[in-house]
Ligand binder design. Structure first.
Ligand code: IVH
Length: 672
């Protein structure tokens, strides 16, 4: 069916509205509507386009999610070549550049320059025809680049159509695509957790994302743009100066660096450079220098080009963020949660102004992928506040006696077994209750509200107790005296007394709380409860094998392995014995077999926004034997629907499945 004029107009108006809000959000950082309202607009448009595919235009905001994968990128011949910049590496070289400019222009006055950071990303050319984005191309060799339009369309800071009016009929905008540091760190962290390959630096990550043949992958990558110039301009004109032209671009919705300034004279140029160098680490994107451009376009024209670079611009570079050095050794550091991190001990090297002698190697998978061995020459990177890291080795420089790095079998802090589960990148110490590296965390967890609930024993007190070596394990808490407590900073006799009372009270606990308090990996409150219900005591749990553990309602193979590893450590058992010796006790628990749990075999689906985190409700249901599924099917018993529930609710209603709101869920649970 052909779309009616009415739906056509509706699609058009939705598109405009969405693009407007896109600009407010991404370019101006000043949104007018909530994310939910925005999503609704987008969904309306998607629905309309699904109903009438004729309405779908390539510049529709719905296309930002990515299109069909390509077989290869087409070539693009740049109508105006994309040049590079000459570099200056110190004040003298910059002064020489400025002198040459003035001589050629026969100026005795100071020159006005437009200055902004030199982003360390990838040059891009965006072609707009009649205000519509028709093509995005990489720089390539400067004359011929690659057509990456599909990927470009997924970048939210790139307008698909220009706003305002007065733009040239054909306008080629140039800028730098980059990946913000925060997004890059998140992307790499996720890759490491999944055991996937991480990117060496944000520039590589941006390049890899832009060159994805499948634009759906690019759509998931946090790319952004700053526009810094223009190429082809036809059927219209820009300003008389670079700065006027940039202001026009900004008015049409293109994103310009907020750091852009106009300065005159080399003293101001130098000042800008120094300020920017100071702020470099704090910016959310990598920069490798400052770019200076003669502002007046007539002057630019007069100056012209030499080979591949304009005479009217220069990049004054900062020291590099990556340097080469030698890997002397690797130590393993145990974090507060027991994770073992390989730390590279390096021949000290200056990286962007700071001496680096240690750097992280993240985990064993990364070591393998980066092919790093002790004795290797490696590339180290230091960017901002993040810990310096070894980016890769330089295999060509590998000495014959380079040594492979292996994971220690025992924790370097406490000697407990190091456990690395299959599919997990991270290796961990399994001596949670005993390991000095994990002490503070273990005791804070032990005392927390959902564990033994020792009122008044806050994090600061735990820090003090451990720093003064008054306690080593949770069991030691019960040996402390009133005098010892009263002697701590910010503790009076009264509060010391209260603390002793709280400790006394905490001795009477429940088995689920006690199991939870041990801090076994992956054993949350709900799992602790299931385990307690199933085993009824510590000993049977301690003796259970993998198969037995997995018959408990929400215990899978990973949780089971963590439980087994925990109880295999003699030190952990010693602490548990000491706790029981100290008088920790709980009432006998009635054992409930898995199939007799109140919600055994019931399948729940949670949807919409609920007042408590979904994970909490999920754990609560699982502890009662229920299964919590991600999608609604005929087998679903209950759908718990919060506000703004969408398709899952609709499906439940269609299938006649019982729908509960949160209040109804509470009623159901209370009846069990
Ligand atoms: S202006 C005629 N401004 O640096 C060339 N370039 O080394 C005009 N770059 O390929 C370029 N930030 O990708 C300019 N603020 C900025 C820049 C910038 C990064 C890149 C650009 C270019 C390379 C030249």
């Amino acid at each position: 069916m052909m779309p009616s004029a009415e739906s056509q107009a509706e699609a058009e108006s939705l598109r405009k509205e969405i693009e407007y809000h896109n600009r407010r959000y991404y370019a101006l950082d000043d949104p007018e509507i909530t994310d939910i309202a925005y999503d609704q607009l987008l969904r309306q448009l998607q629905a309309l386009e699904a109903q009438y595919p004729e309405l779908l235009t390539p510049d529709s905001p719905t296309q930002r999610v990515g299109a069909k994968p390509l077989d290869a990128f087409a070539e693009v011949v740049h109508p105006v070549p994309m040049l590079s910049l000459d570099n200056a590496f110190d004040q003298q070289e910059f002064a020489n550049f400025d002198r040459r400019v003035r001589e050629r222009l026969e100026l005795t006055d100071e020159v006005s320059y437009i200055v902004e950071p030199k982003l360390d990303g990838l040059a891009i050319s965006l072609l707009y025809e009649e205000g519509q984005l028709v093509r995005g191309a990489t720089r390539g060799d400067g004359n011929v680049g690659e057509d990456v339009t599909q990927n470009i369309r997924t970048i939210p800071t790139i307008p698909l159509c220009l706003t305002g009016s007065g733009w040239p009929k054909r306008l080629e905008v140039r800028g730098e695509i980059y990946m913000p540091k925060a997004g890059f760190n998140r992307l790499n962290e996720r890759a490491r957790q999944r055991g996937e390959k991480s990117f060496a630096n944000p520039r590589n990550a941006a390049a890899g994302s832009l060159r994805q043949l499948d634009s759906k992958i690019a759509a998931g990558r946090p790319l952004a743009i700053y526009c810094y110039g223009f190429g082809l301009v036809e059927g219209g004109r820009l300003g008389k100066s670079h700065s006027e032209s940039m202001a026009l671009l900004e008015g049409w919705g293109l994103r310009i660096s907020p750091e852009l300034e106009k300065v005159s004279g080399i003293a101001s140029c130098h000042n800008y450079y120094q300020q920017m160098a100071k702020r470099r680490d704090g910016l959310d994107y990598d920069i490798d220098g400052v770019v200076y451009k003669v502002d007046d376009l007539q002057q630019q024209q007069h100056l012209g080009f030499v080979s591949r670079a304009p005479r009217w611009a220069i990049a004054w570079k900062f020291p590099a963020l990556e340097e080469m050095t030698q890997l002397l050794d690797v130590d393993f550091q145990v974090g507060r949660t027991g994770a073992l991190t390989p730390v590279a001990r390096l021949e000290p090297v200056q990286v962007a102004g700071v001496i680096v002698s240690n750097a992280t190697l993240h985990n064993m998978d990364e070591i393998q992928r980066k092919d790093v061995r002790i004795g290797d020459t490696v590339i180290v990177r230091r960017a901002g506040d993040v810990i310096p890291e070894v980016v890769r080795s330089v295999p060509a420089k590998r000495p014959a006696d380079a040594k492979e790095i292996s994971l220690p079998k025992q924790c370097p802090e406490c000697g407990s077994e190091v456990i690395r589960l299959e599919d997990e990148a991270v290796a961990r110490c399994s001596g949670g209750l005993f390991c000095p590296a994990q002490r503070k965390e273990a005791i804070k967890h032990f005392a927390s509200r959902k564990a033994l609930d020792i009122e008044g024993l806050g994090d600061k007190l735990v820090d003090q107790l451990i720093d003064r070596a008054l306690i080593h394990t949770p069991a030691d808490l019960f040996t402390l005296t009133l005098e010892q407590f009263a002697d701590l900073d910010r503790m009076a006799e009264k509060s010391a007394q209260n603390l002793l009372k709280a400790l006394e009270k905490s001795r009477q606990t429940t088995l689920p709380r006690f199991l939870f308090s041990l801090g076994i990996r992956e054993v949350g409150e709900a799992t602790a409860r299931s385990l307690a219900l199933y085993f009824g005591g510590i000993e049977p749990l301690q003796l259970a094998d993998l198969d037995k553990l997995q018959t408990v309602s929400d215990v899978g193979p990973i949780v089971a392995e963590h439980i087994i590893a925990f109880f295999r450590q003699p030190h952990n058992i010693e602490v548990i014995d000491a706790l029981i010796e100290a008088g920790i006790q709980w009432p006998a628990i009635e054992q409930i077999a898995a199939d007799q749990q109140p919600l055994a075999d019931k399948i729940f689906v949670l949807t919409g926004s609920l007042s408590r985190p979904r994970s909490v409700i999920k754990e609560q249901l699982q502890a009662l034997g229920a299964k919590v599924a991600g999608s609604v099917s005929k087998k679903t018993d209950y759908v718990v629907a919060g506000e703004d529930a969408g398709s899952k609710l609709a499906k439940a209603e269609k299938l006649g499945i019982e729908v509960l709101d949160e209040a109804a869920l509470e009623v159901l649970l209370a009846q069990l």
